[in-house]
Write a protein that binds this ligand. Structure first.
Ligand code: NAD
Ligand code: DAU
Length: 353
């Protein structure tokens, strides 16, 4: 895609984990375009993630909810939005099990609200793109063999993945029915700086720092395919620029780990960095009740992205994990800030029930 002068890119969920990396990359890569970050600042959104770029002339933050249709209408009108990169979502599977309706509201209704705004404001023949950032969890769960391809049938199994699958279907439906120019990417598990410590890797890092127990669900044999968040942000930029309208691209790290092996590796890296005796963090591992409906294995085949767009992950996992641990150790204030308030209330209920 060749971007024209009047390009105003609305990024939703830009104060969250992946969104903050995407916003920074777009602000730095496209100085001639305006980047507008719309985020409701839920427990997962944090403007500290964007402190270094908040005064850039091509960046603007709007505090608001994608469920607010009047706000969306005014943003599309006043900011003359030409492109959308949509990341805002409720993103944590465990929370979707305790509160599915919050996921329907933001992930399904919020996405449809954005599609409606784009449909209303964009005219045929103009240059636009609605980019929906989605997940590999829409494909369901794999056995010991095989991969998710772009052609794999949808089979979501948690309220989170059902809400993301539903939003993907709406995005495609708006393309087929109204001709809205869309692209979708489905990515595997991300890790890296700014990751909220309710997800496996940052939760374990936080608990190792504080010598708290390390809760591994079930037997720890579930497998995830991990990708460094900055590699995902770069993939999003490349798909935004070169992706074909109407297409789907899988994004993954070719990097499968069982949860227990991953937690062991983290313990070894952190014992070394914290100057603790090797093996001491592993003693904190506690096998706890399994997640309801826990998907066994995710693994992405990202050949299409490599062959058609030229993207590949840049970092080896051990290197990315080491950088991630360093970031958390250097940003203990960030960890303390986000693990107070609403976060603590949620975990109090979870662990007491
Ligand atoms: P996150 O939970 O860290 O951030 C979500 C952001 O969305 C937060 O800043 C939050 O304030 C904002 N938000 C939530 N509800 C909103 C609403 N109603 N209106 C406006 N803003 C709202 O999530 P993440 O892990 O960065 O994931 C971002 C996107 O990428 C999601 O769509 C997720 O499904 C997708 N994804 C995530 C992963 C992963 O491993 N984390 C992998 C693949 C795809
Ligand atoms: O695959 C992409 C998805 O990855 C994204 O769409 C989601 O937004 C993101 O949250 C992530 O989902 P997972 O459920 O795979 O991530 P999570 O970090 O919650 O869990 C990773 C694995 O670790 C999973 O098998 C559950 C397990 N786990 C998780 C936590 C939080 C534990 O064993 N203990 C824990 O305390």
């Amino acid at each position: 895609m060749s971007l024209k002068k009047e390009t105003n890119i609305l990024i939703t969920g830009g104060a969250g984990f992946i969104g903050s990396h995407v916003v920074r990359l777009f602000v730095e890569s496209f100085p001639e375009y305006k980047i507008i970050n719309l985020d409701a600042l839920t427990y997962a959104g944090n403007l500290e993630n964007l402190k270094d770029i908040e005064n850039r002339v091509n960046y603007e933050f709007i505090h608001g909810d994608i469920c607010d249709t009047e706000l969306l209408d005014s943003i599309f009108t006043e900011k003359k939005i030409t492109h959308v990169v949509h990341l805002a979502a409720e993103s944590h599977v465990d929370r979707s099990i305790t509160d599915p309706l919050a996921f329907v509201k933001t992930n399904v209704i919020g996405t449809v609200n954005l599609l409606q705004a784009a449909r209303k404001h964009w005219k045929e023949g103009e240059e636009h793109l609605f980019y929906h950032v989605s997940t590999d969890e829409v494909y369901g769960s794999l056995g010991d063999e095989g991969f998710f391809y772009e052609t794999t049938a949808y089979d979501p199994r948690s309220p989170y993945s059902a809400s993301k699958a539903s939003s993907d279907h709406f995005v495609r439906a708006y393309h087929h029915t109204y001709g809205l120019p869309i692209v979708i990417s489905n990515c595997s598990n991300n890790y890296g700086p700014n990751h909220f410590p309710e997800k496996l890797i940052p939760l374990m890092i936080n608990n190792i720092i504080h010598k708290k127990s390390l809760p591994v669900y079930g037997e720890g044999k579930n497998v995830r395919d991990w990708l460094y968040v900055k590699d995902h942000a770069e993939a999003i930029k490349q798909i935004f620029l070169k992706g074909k309208v109407g297409e789907t691209y899988n994004v993954g790290g070719h990097n499968e780990w069982t949860n227990i092996d991953l937690v062991h590796l983290l313990c070894e890296i952190m014992d070394e960095k914290l100057g603790r005796e090797q093996g001491s963090s592993k003693e904190l591992i506690t096998f706890v009740k399994d997640r309801a409906g826990h998907d066994l294995r995710y693994a992405i085949d990202a050949t299409k992205l490599k062959e058609e767009i030229g993207w590949e992950p840049s970092l080896q996992f051990e290197e990315g994990l080491s950088l991630t641990v360093d970031w958390f150790l250097e940003n203990k204030g960030w960890l303390e800030n986000v693990t107070s308030g609403a976060y603590l209330d949620y975990y109090k209920d979870t662990y007491e029930s």
